[in-house]
Design a binder for this molecule. Structure first.
Ligand code: 13P
Length: 250
């Protein structure tokens, strides 16, 4: 069955105490509505261990924002999938547009990260999305098709563990959300590519999240679309009420 997910990406926000305070607020107010609707929080690395301890009695799951392409070794400043696993991480973002833009992550690197995560049984949340220029030129479908290409190298078993997040770059942190129709159109396209490259059943079961200025006020409309299975939330994940409001719209 297709899983519904709302995941919060804190990005580089919240010092340790702020992270603990927000976590406690989430725990106090989170009421899971359905076991098939998952709430995930992806904080910076420094929060993970303490949050894992606070989440032990809770249905909220932990996600990482990044991991390294190698298993271990002399990679100063980096964190491996194995390390994420050791603190209870179940999900990890891969290929966020900020990492593609500021850290020049390419397809080969993203593929290695996905392999590292899958080897540790962590579900990658693979991000894709076009820039404003691409959309203006009508090239958005081609961009998404290209970005998805690396996923087709995975076995069917591995692919089924991957969650896809469509995040149009022009909608991230801008307040300019894609309309529910624009999101649906791309999500449907992504699902059709999965059907073509994997098979219909896998496509039908795949969770495809929308990200980019998603808020409690627009979440219900986005999530009402048949191919939108939840959201990847930035700014609104930094306020417990807003984040849980989005979850409750699932
Ligand atoms: P905003 O919700 O702040 O637009 O960020 C979306 C995002 O990049 C989540 O990964």
């Amino acid at each position: 069955m297709r899983k519904k997910i709302v995941a919060g990406n804190w990005k580089m926000n919240n010092n340790f105490q702020e992270g603990i305070d927000l976590t406690n607020e989430l725990i106090e107010n989170f009421k899971p509505t359905d076991l098939n609707k998952q709430l995930v929080v992806c904080p910076p690395f420094i929060h993970l261990n303490a949050m894992a301890e606070l989440f032990t009695e809770n249905e909220i799951r932990l996600g990482g924002q990044n991991c390294h392409t190698s298993e271990k070794g002399a990679y100063t400043g980096e964190v491996s999938a194995e390390m994420l696993k050791s603190v209870g991480v179940r999900y990890c973002l891969v290929g966020h547009s900020e990492r593609r833009a500021y850290f020049f992550e390419d397809d080969q690197e993203l593929f290695q990260k996905i392999k590292q995560l899958l080897a540790k049984d962590i579900q990658p949340i693979f991000c894709c999305g076009e820039m404003l220029e691409d959309r203006k030129e009508g090239g958005h479908f081609d961009v998404i098709e290209d970005q998805l290409e690396l996923l087709w190298k995975l076995s069917k078993t591995d692919f089924q563990k991957v969650i896809i997040a469509y995040e149009p770059v022009w909608a991230i942190g801008t307040g300019q959300t894609a309309t529910a129709e624009q999101a649906q159109e791309i999500h449907k396209f992504i699902r059709s590519r999965i059907a073509k490259k994997m098979d219909e059943a896998i496509a039908d079961n795949a969770s495809i999240l929308y990200g980019g200025s998603c808020k409690p006020t627009n979440a219900a409309e986005l999530f009402s679309k048949p191919d939108v299975d939840g959201g990847l939330i930035g700014g609104a994940a930094l306020e417990a009420n807003d984040f849980l409001g989005i979850y409750n719209a699932l």
